[in-house]
Design a protein around this ligand. Sequence first.
Ligand code: URA
Length: 257
Amino acid sequence: MTQASRSASHAAYLERMGITVWVSRRTEPASQAELVPAPVPVGQADHAAEPPPALSPGETAQAPVDGADAAWETLRQAVAGCTRCGLCDSRTQTVFGVGSRSADLMVIGEAPGAEEDRRGEPFVGRAGQLLTAMLVALGLPREQVFIANILKCRPPGNRDPKADEVASCIPYLREQMRLLRPRVILCVGRVAAQNLLQIEQPLRALRDREHAFEAGDRAIPVIVSYHPAYLLRSPADKAKAWQDLKRLRPLLKGEQR
Ligand code: URA
């Protein structure tokens, strides 16, 4: 695809999303290579000391690179059979996460909704379709990123996750991060951001700056934006969400992995 046709298709997606794009006379950089990396993130979340999820005896997710597939499979099975919290009683199935295991971008949402619970895949309902369109507009087809949630099971009635449910489930997410080693994380919505970063600020404040998730040997930059379900209810804020997403571009170009 040429740059011109890529831009045209991105513009079409943005239009479908209801975002008006103002193009300056000085055209946007033609490629990510021309974008200047943002400053190194600051943040204070530190989950590095917490243990990985407890797997069944004999199982291990501590695999070297050539055992990465086995580690992913072990983790997937551990999630599929999880009974660590009460949500296992009401779920149809667990929602592990989906996407490329070599993705540079990891998108983290809150928890599966009804459609996700039915299909076993995150962000497949209306909100998910909007998220997918926004990623495509950024030049990132859904299959090139990895999408997961703080919780792997649907809370009944889509209520907010409870603290004990998050505590039980988040080690799975951290293990996914350890295996994936994303360059950047995008958190969508207040609940996802507060639980990942362990800070209790309103979304407005969380969106204001870049955060860092301390992942053992390095800090992963975290950008926070609106949840797509909110954007469906408040389309006027889509333009602000688009500004948030554009902050991912220079970070995705970073050297570290
Ligand atoms: N909302 C989320 O936060 N995650 C999903 O997977 C679907 C809707």
